[in-house]
Write a protein that binds this ligand. Sequence first.
Ligand SMILES: [Zn+2]
Length: 251
Amino acid sequence: MKKSIVIILVVMLISSCTFQTNTNLMDLVLVKETKLVTIYVKKTDQDINEMVDNISSEFENQSKGLNDMFQVSPPQKATIHIYTDKEQFRQMIGRDTEGTYDVSDNIIKVYTPSDLSRIDVRNEYTFQIIHEYVHAIIQQLNKEVGNIKWLDEGTAYYASKQLETEIKNKKYVNISVPDLSDILNSQAYFDEAGGQAYYFSGLIVQFIYEKYGEAKFNKIIREPEKMETILNRSIEDLYIEWKNYVNYLYE
Ligand SMILES: [Zn+2]
């Protein structure tokens, strides 16, 4: 008797999970398809037309430059799922975030408010989507990049031009650079340092890109384990070079 109750409960649990997933997918409505992107929005009563037009035209404008930068020509359009309810988005993802890219389903998922009329809000959420698109490009080139946090997040932060804005803001100008061990242990460093970790990782990528060039940078994205050979420097020497680069950045 007891056993059958357990079985019934398990079956109920499984079917409610399946139902949940299906409901989520069914509630996503295809709202826009352009040459480069397909956008779905989670069903809502809010007026989303202007936001979707905004996002899709920014995506069209910026994604071509990024494809050139990384020397890729994506075989298919990017897919973006937009949620306009922040809490709903967090529940769906299962952690506190406003955007994510998952290499297993190749879908960019973001929270974006339906009202983007304020320029700072529009910029922030455009950055967000472009940032996730950079993750999509580089993790499709080599999914291992997703495990090298400084390279993955630093590249997304640099290529989406979030770093450029942050350098202008000078928010982190007086903060000393992280140790080499922080960078190499970057998951723990990101958990602890938050925004700073994105900033300094972006600066590592900018340093490599500016000092060693686009071709070598692209080689590193494809074969990150060969970075020392590609740049013909030891990690320790690169770290010292980078530290000097950061110290002269604001002069
Ligand atoms: Zn990211």
